[in-house]
Design a protein around this ligand. Structure first.
Ligand code: GLN
Length: 446
């Protein structure tokens, strides 16, 4: 059914980079046989899944939507993928993304754009835009994305689905191609909150292969979905409904808060005073980490090697010039600059200090509240091409998702309305490792 649907809608949506129908059918046949022989059903038994193309899975290419890695075959399974396999999900294909997860529209893919299933003249968001569009268009039951500054939540919001960024360290990053290692986190994109709880249950947990993986007890996320939010204390940051937020988006969020009131929750306005510095802080830190992480693409060890190089330095130069797209180069230059001697203290170190202030803003609010609610993004999806030549405007789309990554805390985006025929996303942010409350609050609203 999944491949039939793909055949039907993929020409309009272009959510996938690679499809593996034969392998998927073989995998499904094995599951079928196991069941007939009296085996148990795994948590995600037989569910067709899309995987963002920055996670490795044996038998698939992992290109990160970069020409540099156009021929890169996964040589091992990322932990998230191997956990999905253990839960008996079926891997349908690898989804499109902004190159190396840098972007918010999928227009930075080195191969082709993805189109928003609600209106194909609009972007699906990014960088996990393929993962979001594939779920929204009914091509797969769920997908995995990665979120460094909003890349699960923002496309979920633009495509009218659910996207969860877990606490930093809850899901192993082993086998996730690194963009900004202190911010990257894998999470589910699903049709509803219950599905998100199931997928998170399957992929969360300690992994010795990732030194930043948290060694904590994993709660039962599914039984957290009680429908009860009586007495839930909601904080609404005034910075999240201020200037720059589309009036229709604001209206949808305020209407959602009314629903929470009617369910017995209480909400009050609070302040996260350092929000205005989050975008600058993020682009310094994420680009610094990216410039370091992407130093490994030298034309020797991974991916495509430039031809006719005169010497080693020339090989690096030619391979990187040909392999990387404009946005990736922009970030490498910004990051290398911020890390240079003489600039390190003024930019990188300063940004680290501001990151602490942003984290403390959240900690203060969470002393008195259970969750923070606001929009996921200031606007609904924008038309394809509208922002490609304007990186700063593009960066500002992430203003409401970035602070969460800097603080390392969990947040979900769920649909809460429409404007001009396009979905609006509601963001629910929780305390570190309190995914259960985030999911419970999100589920009650549905
Ligand atoms: N849009 C943001 C960026 O371009 C976030 C990307 C992400 O979360 N991977 O950096």
């Amino acid at each position: 059914a999944s491949y039939q649907r793909i055949a039907h809608v993929e020409p309009q949506v272009s959510a996938f980079l690679h499809l593996y129908e034969e392998d998927a059918r073989a995998q499904a046949a094995v599951l079928d046989k196991q069941l007939k022989n009296g085996g148990d059903r795994g948590l995600l038994f037989g569910l067709p899944a899309g995987i963002k193309d920055n996670m490795t899975a044996v038998g698939t290419l992992t290109t990160c939507a970069s020409k540099f890695l156009a021929n890169y075959q996964s040589i091992y399974d990322s932990t998230a993928v191997s956990k999905l396999k253990n839960a008996q999900a079926v891997l349908v294909g690898k989804t499109n993304m902004d190159e190396f997860a840098m972007g918010g529209s999928n227009e930075n893919s080195g191969f082709h754009p993805t189109y928003n299933p609600w209106n194909t003249a609009y972007v699906p968001g990014g960088s996990s835009g393929g993962s979001a569009a594939a779920v929204a268009a009914g091509e797969v039951y769920f997908s995995l994305g990665s979120d460094t500054g909003g890349s699960i939540r923002q496309p979920a919001s633009y495509c009218g689905i659910v996207g969860l960024k877990p606490t930093y360290g809850l899901v192993s990053r082993y086998g996730l191609v690194a963009f900004a290692s202190s911010l990257d986190q894998i999470g589910p994109l699903t049709k509803n909150v219950e599905d998100a709880a199931y997928v998170l249950q399957a992929i969360a947990g300690h992994d010795g292969q990732d030194s930043t993986s948290l060694n904590v007890e994993i709660p039962d996320y599914i039984s957290a979905l009680t429908g009860d939010v009586k007495g839930l204390r909601i904080a609404v940051p005034k910075e999240y409904l201020g200037a720059g937020v589309d009036p229709a988006v604001k209206e949808s969020v305020l209407a959602a808060l009314k629903v929470y009131e009617s369910l017995g929750a209480v909400w009050e306005e609070v302040s996260l005073p350092h929000t205005e510095y989050a975008v600058a802080t993020y682009y310094l830190l994420a680009s610094s980490e990216a410039s370091s992480n992407l130093a490994r693409y030298d034309g020797v060890r991974y991916g495509v090697r430039a031809e006719n190089a005169e010497n080693l330095l020339d090989l690096y130069k030619k391979s990187r010039s040909q392999g990387f797209g404009a946005e990736v180069k922009r970030r490498i230059m910004l990051g290398t600059y911020a890390l240079s001697s003489g600039y390190y203290d003024a930019f990188y170190l300063k940004a680290q200090k501001v990151r602490t202030l942003i984290r403390q803003d959240f900690e203060k609010v969470f002393q008195n509240y259970d969750v923070i609610i606001g929009p996921t993004a200031p606007t609904t999806a924008f038309p394809i091409g509208a922002q490609v030549d304007d990186p700063l405007t593009m960066y500002l789309n992430d203003i409401l998702t970035i602070p969460v990554n800097l603080a390392g805390i969990p947040a979900i985006s769920i649909p809460c309305g429409h404007s001009g025929g396009l979905p609006v996303g509601l963001q629910i942010i929780g305390k570190a490792l309190d995914e259960a409350t985030v999911l419970r609050a999100a589920h009650a609203f549905e």
